[in-house]
Design a protein around this ligand. Structure first.
Ligand SMILES: Nc1ncnc2c1ncn2[C@@H]1O[C@H](COP(=O)(O)OP(=O)(O)OP(=O)(O)O)[C@@H](O)[C@H]1O
Length: 301
């Protein structure tokens, strides 16, 4: 079931067309990513979805609601985590949650939420004293306090160190496991690849493609490589007969196979059928970066 429908969204700032033509749908229960370089129009798009900005064209529906017309109802359905939580420095963690909970008729138990985001021990800490990762986690808890059906998380892991980033990814997966639909705005390819069920590539205010991460990579037919040292004699023709394989090159004892689609699977299966063990196996998969570059001529970052 679709929980978000965006059709031909357009948003013009005084001197800049930030969103030109954006359409996508988000199914209930999925993690949907919006991936694109800085300034692509991602934040403006989700601000229109959350009713924080008025579009100049197109339609947006969230659980059948018009975010501008049905603002009060929307607040009960959609929780938005903002790029930088604008909380007063001296507010305590529990005070922020208590305040946000007071906006809702039936808020979540925020003590439980605090534990869920790993901040149970920071209940009495001031906002100012939290680390970057802890501030992000608090902003996620604040987005969830109204028990939303949809949580919009904008640049959640920007500025976090690799460990804090991975911890935050786990948190996003936990949120989805509780049945909340997640819209994730990001310009990190690894983040989108790891978390998103489907994603939209946005560039210069337009959706370039929407698909699963694997589907986007397959769409552009980006070349992949499998390298190995065969444990026994192997005729190149065996590999070249596979539809996924484009070329086989040898360097000394190493075989390098390039191709597209499910290349690694096809090659390793064939080797197994010929009772050959691939030593020093290396698989270089195409990435979302490669797909974005192929589709837009631009790098993501
Ligand atoms: N309030 C505003 N007034 C004028 N221009 C704006 C405003 N907000 C954003 N823009 C411009 O619109 C474009 C899209 O901005 P937006 O924040 O939606 O992009 P983004 O993809 O989220 O980028 P980032 O990852 O850098 O936040 C940018 O060029 C930005 O400078």
């Amino acid at each position: 079931m679709k929980v978000i429908e965006v059709r031909n969204l357009r948003k013009q700032y005084p001197n800049h067309l930030a969103v030109d033509d954006v359409s996508f749908e988000v199914a209930e229960g999925e993690i949907f990513g919006i991936l694109g370089p800085n300034g692509a129009g991602k934040t403006t798009t989700v601000e229109c979805v959350a009713g924080m900005r008025a579009p100049d064209g197109g339609t947006v529906r969230v659980a059948g609601l018009d975010p501008r017309r049905d603002r009060d109802e929307l607040r009960q359905v959609l929780g938005m985590q903002l790029q930088s939580a604008a909380l007063p420095e001296k507010i305590k963690v529990w005070e922020a949650l208590d305040l946000y909970a007071s906006f809702y008729a039936d808020p979540a138990d925020w003590t439980h939420l605090l534990d869920q985001v790993g901040l149970g021990h920071k209940r009495d800490a001031t906002f100012k004293s939290l680390s970057g990762g802890q501030k992000q986690r608090l902003s996620v808890a604040l987005a969830l306090v109204g028990r939303p059906r949809v949580a919009v998380l904008d640049e959640l892991t920007t500025g976090l160190d690799p460990q804090a980033r991975r911890d935050t990814w786990e948190l996003v997966e936990q949120i989805r496991d509780t049945g909340v639909t997640v819209v994730l705005v990001t310009h990190f390819m690894e983040e989108a690849e790891r978390l998103c069920d489907r994603l939209a590539f946005i560039d210069a205010g337009k959706v370039v493609a929407t698909d699963t991460p694997a589907g986007l990579i397959a769409q552009v037919g980006a070349e992949q490589h499998v390298r190995f040292r065969p444990s026994g004699p192997l005729d190149d023709a065996v590999l070249l007969a596979l539809p996924e394989v484009h070329a086989v090159v040898r360097h000394g004892g190493q075989v390098s196979v390039s191709g597209t689609g499910n290349l690694a699977h096809a090659v390793t299966l064939t080797l197994a059928q010929h009772e050959i063990i691939p030593g020093d196996l290396r698989i270089e998969q195409a990435t979302l970066d490669d797909a974005f570059l192929a589709l837009t001529g631009r790098k993501l970052s």
